[in-house]
Design a protein around this ligand. Sequence first.
Ligand SMILES: NC(=O)c1ccc[n+]([C@@H]2O[C@H](COP(=O)([O-])OP(=O)(O)OC[C@H]3O[C@@H](n4cnc5c(N)ncnc54)[C@H](OP(=O)(O)O)[C@@H]3O)[C@@H](O)[C@H]2O)c1
Length: 325
Amino acid sequence: MSAHSLGERLAAGVDTLMDRTVAPGFTRIGPAVRSRLPGWPADPAPDALAGRTAAVTGATSGLGLATAEGFVRLGAAVRLVVRDEEKGARVRQQLQAAVPGAQVTVDRCDVSDLEDVRRFAAELDLDRLDVLVHNAGSMPATRTESPQGHELSMSLHVLGPVLMTELLRPVLTGHDARVIFVTSGGMYGQALRADDPEYLRGEYSPTTSYARSKRAQVELLPVLAERWSSARVGVHATHPGWADTPGVVESLPKFHRLTGPLLRDAAGGADTTVWLAATTPQPRSGELWHDRRSRPTHLLRRTRTSDTERDAMWAWVREQTGLDA
Ligand SMILES: NC(=O)c1ccc[n+]([C@@H]2O[C@H](COP(=O)([O-])OP(=O)(O)OC[C@H]3O[C@@H](n4cnc5c(N)ncnc54)[C@H](OP(=O)(O)O)[C@@H]3O)[C@@H](O)[C@H]2O)c1
């Protein structure tokens, strides 16, 4: 065994240990250590996204804003997909001030509202989309329903993104496009609940509801990867670890107070999203990523998913979004 491969094997061991013990890997310590280990995947080339168009949902804040900035810096034309156009316009100005010449457009869409997703897709004036990042997210404090009556986390994190991708398929097809779901390490604690996708049973918990919808994103990865492979569209999920964003301050104030100095900054949380969108060749479709490495989708036996449960969840998603089999 060469010294180099021994170093890389030790590095892989340290990386994996930090991942499985969660806390060190998820904080800012994760990328600080991993990026110094041998074998850390290279940054994309500085012009990796020149000539490409990338859309980011929830680009007004936190990780979405950092992702949009990462894309602009790599030369992409960026579509900020936001529910508040005024905020979107402010972010566009901010990005254009930070990166002179940046091509940034604001598009309105409430991703949790399936009718608004249909309107957005119909109105989008694009011939080609290279990257679509499903980043918009929230953790409703009480059980909330979307305009179509779906539990909001599930609608915002699963139904809206799947429908949006399907409707944008014509502009994503045929050029190695990448679709990226920003999921959450919180899903490690929850099993797929195909039996209760709308959270109708039991007492509502914001963190459980959020984590169940993020689990559903991850469990649908193989299904979506297969469905979109004929269009040559790769699908990836990444969880950012724990990053200091307005969303965390608002939804998890105690967690934020306790962990504050250890949290990653937003750019650190968005790093793997930007990397997945820009690295070449495109990584294998259908996997979960964190800190530029493919990661297991389960850490606990009790969260394991059977094919029957996954099929049931997919059937439910198709039914709610009106997709064919
Ligand atoms: N930060 C972390 O540590 C962490 C950890 C795990 C996963 N994540 C995931 O990372 C993503 C970004 O989170 P963040 O921490 O950056 O949160 P954030 O600061 O609250 O940003 C969330 C973004 O989503 C947008 N959004 C919310 N509901 C929307 C809707 N119905 N339609 C369209 N846009 C909507 C928000 O828009 P407004 O500005 O209009 O509210 C905002 O731009 C989320 O999917 C989250 O689950 C974050």
